[in-house]
Design a protein around this ligand. Structure first.
Ligand SMILES: Cc1cc2nc3c(=O)[nH]c(=O)nc-3n(C[C@H](O)[C@H](O)[C@H](O)COP(=O)(O)OP(=O)(O)OC[C@H]3O[C@@H](n4cnc5c(N)ncnc54)[C@H](O)[C@@H]3O)c2cc1C
Length: 477
C-alpha cells in the first residue's frame, strides 16, 4: 500500500499519537479531491451552541461544516414521539428566555412558541425511603423578595450576563459557597426553586456562587420574576434541530455520525481528519469552533497544547440523567419532588432523583437524576442510575400502598447527559481560570463556545454566540 493512499492515512490517523508521529503526516495531496472539504469555519458538536453558530454563520454567507458524533443534531435537546398517540414530549431542554435572540431564532424556522405547561399537583417524597416529607414552601411574597435581593446582588457583576467575565481580583462573594451567600443576603426562599432550575450542577449549597449564577443569573431571575419564560407550542424542541439538520445537509454543511481523529491547528487555519460514514475526509477551515465539553480526554484528537491541557485539566463535572418511564404506579398529574426530611431546605442528597413529573403522554412520567461533582468524565454508570431510578419508584410504591400502585416501572427512553455542568472549583476561579479560558479564544484559529464557556442554558448560549464568540470569529473571514 502506498503511504499516501487515503486508506493508509485513515489507518495512520486511527493509531495512538506516538505511533502516528512516526508515520508520514497527512497532506492534502494524499486525499482525493472529493474527500477534501474546504470551508470558512469547522464546528465541532451540533448541539445547542454548535447548531446556532452554524445557522448564524450560514445566514452571514460564511461556509461551514459541522462535525457531529451522533446521527442527529440537538445535543441535550431530546424529544420522544409516542408511536401510539403521535404526541411529542421533550425530555431534555424545555424552556427558553423570552428575548429577541430566542424569538428570532425560532421565528427563522417558523416554530411557534407559547407558555410552558407546568400542569400538575406537587408532592414531596424521599426517594431513598419512599416516605412523604413535610416541606413548607415559601410564600409568593417571600419568593418575590428573594428574587429582588438576588437580582440586586447580581447587578453588581453585569459582565456575568455575557459570559464568564469575572472582576480581577475575583471577589469572595463570587467564589464563596452559594449556601453562604444565601445566609449573607437572605435568599432562603430561593433555594428550593434554584435546586430545580439548576439541576445537574452538583451540591448547590457548596457550589461557588458564580457557578450557580451561570444558569441562575440575572437573565433567568428576571424571566422568573416576570413569569415570562417560553416553550415551543408543539412541545417539540427537536423540531428546530430537525429543520436545521435538513438545511445544513442540503448545503453540504454537516457531517453526522462523524468524529475528528486528527487535527493540526495553526494561526493560518486548521486541518481536521474526520472519520465519516462515507469514509475519511480532510476538512480545511480558516477557523475552528469547538462546542463540545472541553474535557482533556474528549479533546485528545484536537492537537491540544500544554496550556490548554492544564486549564481544561482543572475542570470538574457532574452526571445528569433523564428518562421517560411508564408504569410508575403514580398518578399522571403528580409532580414528585425528591426531598429529605433532615437536610438544609429539605434538599435531596446527591446522587439522587430530582423530580418525577407528568408528560403529555398518558401513563408516562419524566424523571431526572443527578450526581455529585466528579473528576471523571462519566461520573456514574447508566446501569447504576437506571437501577436507582427504578428502586426509588419502587420505594414510593411500597411505602405508600394506599396511594400508589405496585407496578413494574419500565424505561421508555433513558439518556446520560454526562459530562454535564463542567465547572471550576473556588481556588481555580480565584486564581483566574476563566480569564485563562477566555484568553484561548482565537489562539491557533480556534474558538470555543458551549456550556463550559457560558452556561447550561440555551438562551444564554445563543446570546453568547451572537454577542461574543461569533463577532470575534468572523473578524477577517
Ligand atoms: C435534561 C436537560 C434539561 C435541560 N433543560 C433546559 C431548559 O429547559 N432550558 C435551557 O435553556 N437549557 C436546558 N438544558 C441545558 C441545555 O441543554 C444546555 O444549555 C445546552 O444543550 C448546552 O449546549 P452545548 O452546545 O454546550 O452542548 P450540547 O447541546 O450537549 O451539544 C454538544 C454536541 O456535541 C456533540 N459531541 C460530543 N462529543 C463530540 C465529538 N467528539 N465530536 C463531535 N460531536 C461531539 C454531542 O453529541 C452534542 O450534539 C437542559 C439540559 C438537560 C440535560
Amino acid at each position: 500500500m502506498h503511504p499516501t493512499h487515503p486508506t493508509a492515512v485513515l489507518l495512520a490517523s486511527l493509531l495512538p499519537s506516538p505511533v502516528f508521529s512516526t508515520t508520514p503526516k497527512h497532506h492534502p495531496s494524499s486525499f482525493h479531491p472529493s474527500a477534501i472539504i474546504t470551508r470558512d469555519v469547522a464546528i465541532i458538536g451540533g448541539g445547542s451552541s454548535g447548531t446556532h453558530a452554524a445557522i448564524t454563520l450560514k445566514d452571514a454567507n460564511k461556509s461551514v461544516i459541522v462535525v457531529e458524533i451522533k446521527n442527529r443534531l440537538g445535543g441535550h435537546t431530546e424529544t420522544y414521539k409516542d408511536p401510539a398517540t403521535g404526541l411529542a414530549q421533550d425530555y431534555g431542554v424545555q424552556v427558553y428566555h423570552n428575548e429577541s435572540t430566542v424569538l428570532d431564532y425560532f421565528a427563522r424556522f417558523d416554530i411557534p412558541l407559547g407558555q410552558p405547561q407546568y400542569a400538575g399537583n406537587d408532592a414531596n417524597y424521599d426517594f431513598s425511603t419512599g416516605l412523604a416529607v413535610n416541606v413548607s414552601a415559601p410564600s409568593v411574597q417571600d419568593l418575590g423578595a428573594g428574587l429582588q435581593k438576588y437580582a440586586a446582588f447580581l447587578a453588581q457583576f453585569p459582565k456575568l450576563e455575557s459570559g464568564m467575565f469575572l472582576p480581577d481580583p475575583v471577589p469572595e462573594d463570587l467564589t464563596m459557597p452559594f449556601g453562604d451567600l444565601v445566609a449573607k443576603v437572605g435568599l432562603e426562599a430561593l433555594v428550593q426553586m434554584m435546586f430545580s432550575t439548576n439541576q445537574g450542577i452538583g451540591d448547590i449549597l457548596s457550589v461557588p456562587v458564580v457557578e450557580n449564577a451561570r444558569v441562575n443569573g440575572l437573565g433567568l431571575v428576571q424571566q422568573l420574576a416576570a413569569n415570562s419564560l417560553v416553550a415551543t407550542a408543539r412541545r417539540n424542541n427537536s423540531e428546530l434541530y430537525g429543520k436545521a439538520q435538513a438545511e445544513l445537509l442540503d448545503a453540504d454543511s454537516l457531517l453526522l455520525s462523524s468524529e475528528v481523529v486528527r487535527s493540526v491547528r495553526r494561526e493560518s487555519g486548521v486541518e481536521l481528519v474526520v472519520k465519516t460514514p462515507d469514509g475519511v475526509k480532510l476538512v480545511r477551515a480558516k477557523k475552528l469552533l469547538v462546542t463540545i465539553p472541553p474535557r482533556v480526554d474528549l479533546l485528545a484528537r484536537f492537537d491540544l497544547r500544554r496550556q490548554e491541557r492544564e486549564v481544561f485539566g482543572k475542570l470538574i463535572d457532574v452526571g445528569y440523567y433523564a428518562a421517560l418511564v411508564k408504569n410508575t404506579g403514580t398518578p399522571d398529574d403528580l409532580v414528585i419532588y425528591n426531598r429529605a426530611p433532615d437536610t438544609p431546605y429539605n434538599l435531596a442528597a446527591l446522587p439522587g432523583v430530582y423530580t418525577m413529573g407528568p408528560t403529555a403522554i398518558p401513563g408516562v412520567k419524566a424523571i431526572y437524576y443527578g450526581s455529585q461533582w466528579s473528576n471523571a468524565t462519566y461520573p456514574l454508570s447508566d446501569d447504576f442510575v437506571k437501577g436507582e431510578m427504578i428502586a426509588g419508584i419502587k420505594r414510593l410504591q411500597t411505602a405508600n400502598a394506599d396511594k400508589f400502585e405496585a407496578t413494574e416501572p419500565e424505561f421508555v427512553v433513558f439518556t446520560s447527559h454526562a459530562p454535564f455542568y463542567t465547572q471550576a472549583g473556588p481556588e481555580d476561579i480565584y486564581a483566574g481560570i476563566y480569564d485563562e479560558m477566555n484568553a484561548l479564544q482565537g489562539v491557533r484559529s480556534t474558538y470555543w463556545s458551549g456550556a463550559t464557556f457560558r452556561a447550561q442554558d440555551s438562551s444564554a448560549l445563543w446570546k453568547f454566540n451572537k454577542e461574543i464568540v461569533l463577532p470575534m470569529l468572523m473578524e477577517g473571514l
